[in-house]
Design a protein around this ligand. Structure first.
Ligand code: ZN
Length: 156
């Protein structure tokens, strides 16, 4: 497969997720909630998380938001990858994603779907679009309790 074809494939997955997201909505119940904003593109996102009873595992993640295809596809792929993950594992995945955007490494085979975002690292102005959802998730997980809905994080 040539590099050109590979790039087309990535683009196709991103557009598919943008048009038909699988994890859009709000979790029931909401244990953590965080809004995020990427001023450089105008993307906004709201992440909701349902935690396990012990609070150390993610039962479900959903997102609402508006923005470009990269931001929305990234949120949908992230939500899928994080279901059932321990919260500390989720936080290490945030770091791994940020590293991947800097061109350092990628995800192992069980989470390889996230690697479709790897192509974004070649377009520095779009990196914030891809990382917004992870940045917002991190803030949600690190909050000790449910944040006030009007609070939001910015990745600027
Ligand atoms: Zn964007």
């Amino acid at each position: 497969m040539t590099l050109g074809n590979l790039r087309d494939l990535y683009q196709q997955v991103i557009l598919e997720r943008y048009k038909k997201p699988k994890h859009k909505g709000v979790t029931h119940p909401v244990h953590r909630q965080q809004r995020g904003h990427n001023p450089s593109c105008g993307d906004t996102i709201e992440i909701t998380i349902q935690l396990s009873e012990s609070g150390d595992r993610i039962e479900d993640v959903k997102f609402e938001g508006e923005g470009c295809a990269i931001a929305m596809a990234s949120a949908d792929l992230m939500a899928e990858a994080l279901r059932g993950k321990a919260t500390d594992e989720a936080l290490s995945m945030v770091q791994r994603f940020q590293n991947m955007m800097q061109g350092n490494g990628d995800f192992p085979i069980e989470q390889r779907k996230l690697n479709v975002m790897q192509g974004v690292s070649q377009f520095p102005v779009r990196i914030k679009c891809a990382t917004l959802t992870w940045h917002t998730l991190k803030a949600a997980l690190e909050a000790p309790t449910l944040a006030k809905p009007e609070a939001f994080v910015s990745n600027e």
